[in-house]
Design a protein around this ligand. Structure first.
Ligand SMILES: *Cc1c(COP(=O)(O)O)cnc(C)c1O
Length: 344
């Protein structure tokens, strides 16, 4: 069985994915540079009025392959499952500036596999940001036009079917690598983080597909340890994250996580990828106090969620907080943000 969250009413399920191997956890295919650094962010803590030593940044932007980011940890397990199935092509998709697409193409290259990626966008006039890196890495690019989250999943499934019809052995990967197999990467990251930061910290993370959040919760065994910040990728995080967390824990032979999912839905701003003032403030805070470079789609809104939680007292420094830096810097070089980043 797949670890897919329940589909919302009206959505159609695609063909089964990640076939054999999902009832037993696949091994890890080492690709990331681990452990990633966890650094104390005392200058940012002071700027927010938090006590010294209570705020950390875990640098999963430094997972070390083709620009890095959180998707590498998921792809270590997804690639293992693909190889175990005898696949020759990784198939996935994302938005035009998808980091997941870039990193899936990168992982395919490292493993000698082909990659086909579906982009939920019209082709840009010229490549910028992640699309530059997609062109350099060289996967087959399928420009599918503007698509919602589940329509994109359907387009990925149709593309996998097309490749199978051409005699290829495709391995379909969900948007964001969001499945129990992919989330195993973050089940392991939870233990890595606890070995670096004492005191059972709260982890704040930008939620796109929710797989990172789900894997962390499965690893910690408790929803109270993770605050996800919705960036507007998918409409059903409140259901998808706990379902995926439970499935990931089950796949790893762990008990179902305790507690209730925590998602902040108030930092999306005008929409997925659309700039907001709170995101800009977070970008500036991270850059000017910690020289940490955030992105406008995910990590800027993620840190904005942390800042809001400090300001309304949900985070007060009595227990440590870790901001998970999930990468995403290439999108900052998209012309969409050129005027937004300019100083007033
Ligand atoms: C994909 C992505 C996220 C969100 O991760 P999910 O596991 O999809 O929720 C956060 N930050 C960056 C930079 C990403 O590329």
């Amino acid at each position: 069985m797949t670890a897919d969250p329940p589909l919302p009413p009206g959505a159609t399920p695609g063909p089964p994915t990640e076939g054999p191997g999902t009832d037993r956890p696949p091994p890890r295919t080492p690709l990331a540079h681990l452990p990633t650094p966890a650094v104390s962010a005392d200058r940012l803590a002071a700027a927010l009025g938090l006590p010294e030593g209570s705020l950390w940044i875990k640098h999963d932007d430094l997972t070390g392959i083709a620009g890095g980011g959180n998707k590498v940890r998921k792809l270590e397990f997804l690639a293992s499952a693909a190889l175990a199935e005898g696949a020759d092509t990784l198939v996935t998709g994302g938005g035009r500036q998808s980091n997941h697409v870039r990193l899936t193409a990168a992982v395919a290259n490292r493993l000698g596999l082909a990659a086909t990626v579906v982009l939920a966008s019209d082709p840009p006039e010229r490549p910028t940001g992640n699309v530059v890196l997609d062109e350099v890495l060289g996967p087959e690019l399928v420009w599918a036009g503007d698509l919602g989250y589940y329509a994109l999943e359907d387009a990925i499934a149709a593309t996998a079917d097309r490749l199978a019809g051409e005699g290829r052995q495709p391995y379909r990967i969900h948007v964001g690598g969001a499945s129990a197999v992919g989330a195993l990467g973050y089940l392991h990251a939870a233990a890595e983080l606890d070995a670096q930061v004492p005191g059972e910290p709260l982890v704040v993370v930008a939620d796109g597909s929710g797989g990172t959040h789900a894997g962390l919760v499965a690893g910690f065994g408790d929803h109270a340890r993770v605050l996800g910040v919705d960036v507007g990728t998918r409409p059903d995080l409140d259901d998808a994250v706990p379902a995926m967390a439970a499935a990931t824990a089950a796949l790893a032979g762990r008990p179902a996580p305790a507690g209730d999912v925590q998602v902040d839905h108030d930092r999306v701003g005008p929409g997925y990828g659309a700039p907001s003032d709170a995101c800009r403030e977070a970008l500036d805070l991270a850059a000017r106090h910690e020289a940490a470079l955030l992105d406008p789609v995910y990590t800027g809104k993620g840190l904005a969620g942390l800042v809001a939680a400090v300001r309304d007292g949900r985070i007060d420094g009595t227990r440590p907080t870790v901001f998970l830096h999930t990468g995403g810097l290439p999108a900052l070089f998209s012309p969409r943000y050129a005027d937004w980043v300019r100083r007033p």
